[in-house]
Design a protein around this ligand. Sequence first.
Ligand code: AMP
Ligand code: MG
Length: 408
Amino acid sequence: MLTVEEALAAIVNHVIPGAATATPLADSLHLVLAEDLTTPHDSPPFDKSMMDGFAVASNGFQATANKTLRVLETITAGTVPTEVVAPDTASRIMTGAIIPDGADCVVPIERVIFDEAEPQRVTIADDAVSAERHVLRQGVLAETGQSLIKAGTLLEPQHIAVLAEFGVAQVPTFQRPTVAILATGDELLAIDQPLIPGRIRNSNEPMLISQAIRANARAIPLGVAKDNRDDLRSHITAGLKHNFLLLSGGVSAGTLDLVPSELAAAGVQQVFHKIEIKPGKPLWFGQLKTSDHNCWVFGLPGNPVSSMVCFELFVRTALRKYAGWHSPTPQPTLARLTDSITVKGGRPIYFPCKLILADEGLQATPVAWGGSADLRSTADANGMCLLRPQSQAYAPGDMVPAIRWSAM
Ligand code: AMP
Ligand code: MG
């Protein structure tokens, strides 16, 4: 049986990033940039006013106290000046407009004597004027050909805005993976069905769909496969067309746990089966490799919390690697336990807990959790903390690695 660390390493070794592609800017949030980008033009692209006021030539002001100037025109943002400013003239100008030739200073409207009824003249005090004041020169923020955003950057809203400023309408990114989701089990009912003896509702499908969406993947629901070889086979064939296939259930030691053998029959090579973890021990991982297509396959345990935890640890690592992340494995942060808790058994436990950022730092409160089938109690949790069997009894104040179930 592999340890969690060995299983994560095997996933990172086997999954390869999808080909880089041109993604429309509006669809590129939370994708990884595939190429270094440079600025295609200066920022700002022209000398611009940073204030609403009057554009003047500062050299005309040296000796005088107050000066009344003739107003040439009004330059609004988006228009082009037509007049050259001279020492005895000024142009009214708005924030974001082009500084007219001859001017090198903008005097804010609040600093002048100006009557809208007499717009052809403005009086300006000498101390409001100095060269370059409220003028943002072309290229001072960024020059053409400078580094803009580095390859490997996870695109957040600030990057989207920068790409928009520089006209990058098609962004070179790694791809968003497609993730097919297949629940298995004769006992599964649709969520709108009343319970009947022996049957339960299919909670894993909507859970895995929403986890995939939260992980910035495209979820492809395949419905439910019955626990017979024909039904499993046809569903698996459909799922293998995608970048990832997640199955839930059918990977343990039951008589109807047919998933590993059906995956093998479909040509999927097993990388590992079973890991030292609680919950999630039966996890299965493999890959289908053909000349023109790869599909990585996770056989997730049917028990809902096992599936949930295995997704957050292992599937997300695989999705991040595919999506071009440099560090695709989970990055736990240390949290202070608020309660005592005892570890039973010999496997490390990823225990559902409530993580809160308190004044003293991150705090973890384990929820009242009844094991891999206890989905209900996870509604009180927002993450999990790692409890190691060597430590046995944890006391309040002990520091434990914690992972938040969050979007990034
Ligand atoms: P299995 O691994 O198929 O033996 O399933 C283990 C446990 O998980 C059983 O109690 C199943 O009924 C339950 N289970 C399997 N699939 C689902 C599902 N899609 N939603 C909720 N529970 C499930
Ligand atoms: Mg089953």
